[in-house]
Design a protein around this ligand. Structure first.
Ligand code: MRU
Length: 350
């Protein structure tokens, strides 16, 4: 039976500025505890991003921008330009795949000459834009799914965590699911647990329960089978970087999910803000995919699950070719790849 809990009380912000620190809701502690990390140094912000205390493309972009604001406060770009530049470099390199991180770090750092206040204002603006974008994606995505899959309550499969934890509010693919739920058009959400770190099993279930949306969790390896048996009407996923041709890097497992959706004949929709599109990267083959090492695969929460010394391959993301993507929903347009539309030729709305 689908879980359908009551909406919950407010939670700490995913990322917030606290005057002299960046506050981050520690996603490694969820769903067990709501722990807020108070980062007073740039190294602590970098560490929080690296070990996925904050994660998800838009959220690490916002955290990176606030990290630059902290750097500007601690190391004046005027009197300590070397320190400031080194801090910016460390922030932008904390994770390589999501374009949002380097892009938002650079955007905040571009205001350094105008002083720390200007850098902080830029970081606030980035946060506010991502928040506004998430509402727009929810609306556009819900409209599109209703058009593609039918004007009735839908069963929607998704991977990883793409909600307010992965952005600053509502999120990307999960914002679409939330909007469908609020419209009375969600029959059930079907999140994949998302190995190896269980972003779906720990975080998406937590967010769905908090919004009171019906859902059932599945193991990643059940997805294609369940799709082939007609278990879902559509698949929606987020993105970490979208190349100019529409190839999409997202959480590892997304490519397999797209193949399952194609086999089952259900729409496979990518949902991401314009800030995740990288027109400087021609195709998915040029996207750097983060490898997070063997420990995450061979142990869980510090407990070994494989014999000592087991070698592992651990790409955090994969690339779904645009040919398998039905459509991309951003905050400002819908690109129908299935009808031959391209990113370059589809105008960006206001
Ligand atoms: O490694 P993660 O948890 O940061 O990966 C996150 C994802 O792959 C999300 O799907 C993506 O960032 C889009 S989130 C709005």
């Amino acid at each position: 039976m689908a879980s359908h809990n009551q909406a919950a009380s407010p939670r700490p912000a995913t990322v917030a500025w606290a005057g002299d620190a960046v506050e981050i809701l520690d996603q490694t502690a969820l769903p067990g505890a709501e722990v807020v990390l108070r980062c007073t140094t740039v190294a602590e912000v970098v560490d929080a991003i690296t070990r996925l205390a904050v994660r998800g493309a838009p959220a690490i972009g916002v955290a990176g921008a606030y990290g630059v604001a902290l750097a500007a406060q601690l190391h004046s770009p005027d009197s300590e330009p070397g320190h400031f530049a080194a801090a910016v470099d460390q922030l932008r390199a904390a994770r390589p795949t999501a374009v949002n991180l380097a892009r938002m770090v650079d955007r905040a750092a571009a205001h350094a000459a105008a002083g720390p206040g200007a850098v902080l204002a830029a970081a606030h603006e980035i946060r506010d834009q991502e928040r506004t974008a998430s509402f727009a994606m929810g609306e556009l995505g819900a409209d599109l799914l209703t058009e593609l899959a039918g004007a009735r309550p839908l069963r929607v499969m998704t991977i990883c965590n793409t909600g307010g934890l992965a952005s600053v509010e509502r999120g990307t693919a999960l914002a679409v699911i939330q909007t469908l739920h609020e419209r009375g058009m969600l029959a059930e959400a079907l999140p994949l647990e998302t190995r190896p770190l269980l972003q779906g099993g720990r975080l998406t279930t937590w967010e769905l329960a908090r919004m009171g949306a019906p859902h059932r969790l599945l193991v990643d390896s059940a997805a294609a089978y369940l799709l082939s048996r007609g278990a879902a009407d559509a698949v929606v996923v987020g993105a970490d970087r979208i190349a100019a041709n529409g190839d999409t890097a997202n959480k590892v497992g997304t490519f397999a999910l797209s193949l399952g959706a194609r086999h089952a004949g259900v729409p496979f929709v990518v949902v991401a803000p314009e800030s995740t599109i990288d027109m400087d990267t021609a195709t998915g083959g040029a996207i750097q995919i983060e490898d997070r090492g063997a420990d995450e695969v061979c142990s869980f929460h510090g407990v070994a699950v494989s014999p000592p010394g087991t070698a592992a391959v651990n790409p955090a993301f994969d690339v779904t070719p645009v040919a398998l993507v039905t459509a991309l929903v951003t905050d400002r347009r819908v690109v129908r790849f299935d009808t031959g539309a391209t990113l370059a030729a589809t105008p960006v709305g206001p």
